[in-house]
Design a protein around this ligand. Structure first.
Ligand code: MLT
Length: 338
């Protein structure tokens, strides 16, 4: 090859590399870390996203779900997405809060009281503001919301119907200050533990119990290691699909639009999954031998202790009492005063 031809070939190679790097219009298989296993609401969101993505991109893009924490603990996946070594993650909002404290407003006990509240908040201006906050604080963008239902308390030792019954139990919580303080308001000091270690922790009896929604208890087969369920409703679990902001910014604007549209379809798929499946899944837990109890007195003691101790403590981290009041107003509830 003569020198001119060599230079031309080299230049072509360089420009091809440059185009490839600068032009994410190429087909992409998005890698999605999923904290929960198959059959979970997270999987329903992930599959909803994948099929909408494939359809909207005319088959150009696809996604692969890595279930059951295969790609690391939920909190670790936020770091991985932030630095762009992971494309996407599906995880509980409480595992995003340590990186973007204002989303803690969705984890404050007894704020979200129904699926409809969760949809109103996440799909309206408040959800949009929190999405912008996570981009700035954590380098990840929320593109879809999973609605998983109320986090129910489970344990292997005894029925729990009152705050008094809870005493003496060792309860696992995520590494989330709001949840830790909520249990403290109920008189016990919980054990923070990564989600990926929780089944083993329950199985080996390092901890007696934990809380998560029916759909998660079922998908994770917690009925194999837990007997008693208490229908507390302190947190309605919201589990976003996040994308690395650097991965998102590398996409063409047309592809960004496709991702956002696929996210909306995934959110709708998640709400449908919960509406269709929650009652059926509760029955599966009963069939598996779990005992499900309601807390006494409509949970009033749990509610009073948690809201009095925990809400004021976190006003500052969620952006002020006015942020909580905006959330309460959006779902038709009375404001609180500082
Ligand atoms: C947790 O308890 O850490 C999470 O709720 C787990 C999940 O993503 O389902």
């Amino acid at each position: 090859m003569n020198v001119l031809k060599k230079l031309t070939t080299a230049a072509a190679t360089v420009s091809l590399v440059a185009v490839t790097l600068a032009s994410p219009a190429i087909a992409k298989n998005f890698k999605i870390a999923v904290g929960d296993s198959g059959g979970s609401s997270q999987e329903a969101t992930g599959l909803g996203f994948k099929s909408a993505l494939e359809e909207l991109s005319g088959g150009k893009h696809t996604a692969t779900l890595f279930l059951n924490g295969q790609l690391g603990s939920e909190q670790d996946t936020v770091n991985d997405a932030a630095i762009g070594t992971l494309d996407m993650s599906l995880l509980a909002i409480n595992n995003v809060t340590p990186f973007s404290p204002s989303v803690g407003v969705f984890t404050l006990p007894y704020v979200i009281l129904s699926l409809e509240d969760a949809e109103t908040l996440t799909q309206g201006p408040i959800g949009q503001e929190l999405t912008e906050n996570t981009i700035n604080d954590a380098g990840v963008r929320i593109i879809a919301w999973t609605y998983t239902g109320f986090r129910r308390l489970t344990n292997s030792k005894k029925p729990v119907k009152s705050v008094a019954d809870l005493q003496g139990l060792v309860i696992r919580v995520p590494k989330n200050e709001i949840m830790i303080d909520t249990y403290k308001s109920w008189g016990i000091s919980p054990t923070p533990m990564a989600w990926s270690e929780t089944f083993a922790g329950l199985q080996t009896k390092v901890v007696d119990g934990q809380d998560n929604p029916y759909t998660t208890i079922n998908a994770m087969k917690f009925y194999e290691v837990q007997k008693y369920v208490t229908n507390i409703r302190y947190i309605f679990s919201i589990e976003p699909l996040i994308i690395s902001e650097s991965v998102f910014q590398d996409l063409s604007s047309a592809d960004q639009e496709i991702i956002l549209e696929a996210g909306k379809a995934a959110t709708a798929a998640s709400a449908q999954f919960l509406r269709d499946k929650e009652a059926e899944i509760k029955q599966i837990l009963l069939d598996q031998g779990m005992q499900i109890d309601d807390p006494e007195n409509n949970e009033q003691e749990f509610i009073d202790l948690a809201t009095a101790a925990v809400w004021p403590k976190f006003y500052e981290s969620i952006g002020g009492v006015e942020k909580l009041n905006a959330v309460l107003a959006a779902i038709g509830r009375d404001p609180v005063s500082e």
